[in-house]
Design a protein around this ligand. Structure first.
Ligand SMILES: Nc1ncnc2c1ncn2[C@@H]1O[C@H](COP(=O)(O)OP(=O)(O)OP(=O)(O)O)[C@@H](O)[C@H]1O
Length: 364
């Protein structure tokens, strides 16, 4: 399952956001730096309107959406890469994530202490990104040392790896993220095992007060400027609004959001952006039991996609009855679609497309 790590300076709203993300989350938000000591993990569902349609067509009893795992990673402060605050342990937790959501404080509230005293998203982002870069630098240098020691008789692989590591070292040494080293695919593959933090895709979650949710503010614009330089995404969210929404009935939710001039608090956009960021694709299976979304990466073949359901399905794959979501919705039923010849029989070579509805035939 896709795993996204939530990072940011203390008191920027990470726990509030995480709690809102996972309705029954155990993490406690409090106006106190370092209050989140254990990494908190929770899964959320990816909203997808197409599932409702499919469940209607398939008369499915249940809808099972795709899921993303979020990890609330506290303790990133200036000096974390040197072991300050809760230090390196937390950087290790981010290493295991596929994407990073960096919460940036874009709200003012004199009652809530900011570790750096003022509200300044550009500075906050720089602090966090510098810590991530320094941690990567330490990782790269450790590896260089080992590779040099272990390969006294120079092998081709080792010298290629060293070449790549040196490039990374140069970039990271200037406090730049590893993605600025512009490695090609072969180079990236040679060092992928290092799980460098600053190579991971990043989303900036600009956390605004409820009054700024509809319009954004000058701080959000700063975040946007930084993100566009890095090809990163920005989502405006109000952790505060999301926290309040949890407590409300559906009718009150609507009224509250309307009064703020928005249709949602930003959480759904955040989940969707996280999912899209990784170039993930969704295919569906539909039956009387359930209409279900499955997550695959772009370019997966039909047997690989079947393997996401069960590894036996990949091994025993024969073919897949396949129809695009739009075609199925237009014809209104699988039967009608078959009569019109819109259901294709796809073999092992087929590359699964976004929105395919599939039925796998296997010899298992
Ligand atoms: N958008 C917002 N507008 C106003 N207040 C907010 C907003 N988001 C969060 N807060 C408030 O800021 C305070 C700090 O939030 P929170 O505890 O979630 O921060 P944190 O980043 O998880 O901190 P730590 O790393 O110390 O755990 C809380 O009192 C929370 O209610």
């Amino acid at each position: 399952m896709l795993k996204a790590g939530i990072v940011g300076l203390p008191n920027v709203g990470k726990s509030t956001l995480f709690n809102a993300l996972i309705a029954n989350a155990k993490a406690e938000a409090a106006n106190f730096p370092f209050c989140t000591i254990e990494p908190n993990v929770g899964t959320v569902t990816v909203p997808d309107q197409r599932l409702n349609k499919l469940a209607e067509i398939g008369k499915s009893a249940q809808i099972v959406p795709a899921r993303v795992e979020f990890v609330d990673i506290a303790g990133l402060v200036k000096g974390a890469s040197k072991g300050e605050g809760l230090g390196n342990q937390f950087l290790g937790n981010i290493r295991a994530c596929d994407a990073i959501v960096q919460v940036v404080r874009c709200f003012d509230n004199p009652d809530i202490h900011h570790v750096e005293a003022t509200i300044d998203p550009a500075r906050d982002i720089e602090i966090i990104n510098l810590e991530l870069s320094l941690s990567d630098l330490a990782q790269v240098e450790k590896r260089m040392e080992r590779t040099r020691k272990n390969s006294r008789v120079a092998s081709k692989e080792a010298s290629f790896e060293l070449e790549v590591l040196e490039k990374l070292q140069q970039t990271l040494d200037q406090g730049q993220p590893a993605r600025m080293a512009n490695l090609n695919e072969e180079e990236l593959a040679a060092i992928s095992f290092l799980q460098l933090l600053t190579l991971k895709p990043i989303i900036y979650a600009a956390n605004v007060s409820e009054d700024d949710l509809a319009t954004g503010n000058a701080w959000v614009e700063k975040v946007r400027a930084i993100a566009s330089n890095e090809n990163a995404e920005v989502v405006i969210v109000s952790a505060q609004v999301e926290a309040e929404l949890i407590e409300l009935s559906d009718a009150d939710k609507l009224e509250f959001l309307e009064s703020l001039g928005v249709s949602e608090g930003g959480l759904r956009s955040l989940i969707k952006a996280t999912y899209d960021l990784l170039g993930l694709r969704t295919y569906f299976t539909v039956g009387p039991k359930e209409a279900r979304a499955w997550t695959i990466t772009a370019g997966m073949s039909a047997p690989q996609a079947a393997g996401v359901i069960h590894s036996d399905f990949e091994r025993g794959f024969i073919r897949a009855e396949t129809i695009g979501f739009d075609d199925l919705v237009q014809t209104g039923s699988m039967k009608a679609a078959k009569e019109k010849g819109l259901v294709r029989s796809e073999g092992k070579e087929y590359t699964v497309q976004e929105g395919d509805v599939m039925l796998f035939l296997t010899n298992t």
